[in-house]
Design a binder for this molecule. Structure first.
Ligand SMILES: [Mg+2]
Length: 167
C-alpha cells in the first residue's frame, strides 16, 4: 500500500465530539442546531476552526456511526476548506454509547501508522488496542456535552509535533 502522507492519522468521532448532547437545558446552547436527515443535532461552535488546525498536521478520517453522512453534512455546516474526508464504514455494527465496534475498521485503516483517536466513548477495549500497537497511538476523550475543546486540539498538536521530531 502506498501512503500519500506521512502525517499521523486522526480518527474523528462525531456524536459527543462535534455533535453535542447531554448539556444542561435552559442555558445557552453550546452550538447551533442543524437538521441531519430530519433529526436536529447541536453542532459545536468553533469545531470547524479546530478541525482546520488539526488538518494541517493530521490526515483526518471520520470514525463515526454517521459514516458517509459525515461528508454529506459536516464540511458544509462546519465551513471546512475540504469537501470530504475518508470515512470508515462499520457494516451494521454501530451501537450508540460505545466505541469498541470501531476498532476493526480503525485498525485496518491505521495499519502501521501513528494514529490518534478522539471520541467520547473510549472504553477498556480501545485502551487495550492503543497499548498493544507498535506505532505511536493517542486516545483523546471528550465529554459529549462540550465536545472537542481547544485543550484537546493543543494536546493533539503537541503529540503530532513530538511524533514529527521522533520520526
Ligand atoms: Mg461518540
Amino acid at each position: 500500500m502506498t501512503i500519500a502522507t506521512d502525517k499521523p492519522v486522526l480518527f474523528v468521532d462525531v456524536d459527543g465530539v462535534i455533535s453535542l448532547f447531554g448539556f444542561a437545558p435552559g442555558g445557552d446552547f453550546p452550538g447551533a442546531f442543524h437538521s441531519v436527515d430530519g433529526i436536529l443535532h447541536c453542532i459545536a461552535t468553533d469545531c470547524g476552526e479546530r478541525l482546520r488546525r488539526l488538518e494541517e498536521h493530521f490526515e483526518l478520517v471520520w470514525a463515526t456511526g454517521w459514516e458517509e453522512k459525515a461528508n454529506e453534512y459536516l464540511p458544509l455546516i462546519l465551513e471546512l476548506p475540504f469537501k470530504e474526508l475518508p470515512s470508515l464504514t462499520f457494516g451494521e455494527q454501530a451501537v450508540f454509547g460505545s466505541a469498541h465496534w470501531k476498532l476493526e475498521a480503525i485498525e485496518q485503516y491505521a495499519g502501521t501508522r501513528a494514529a490518534a483517536w478522539i471520541d467520547d466513548n473510549l472504553d477498556e477495549r480501545c485502551e487495550r488496542w492503543a497499548a498493544e500497537r507498535d506505532a505511536p497511538t493517542l486516545l483523546v476523550r471528550t465529554e459529549p456535552a462540550t465536545g472537542m475543546s481547544d485543550e484537546h486540539v493543543e494536546q493533539l498538536l503537541q503529540w503530532a509535533e513530538e511524533h514529527r521530531r521522533r520520526a
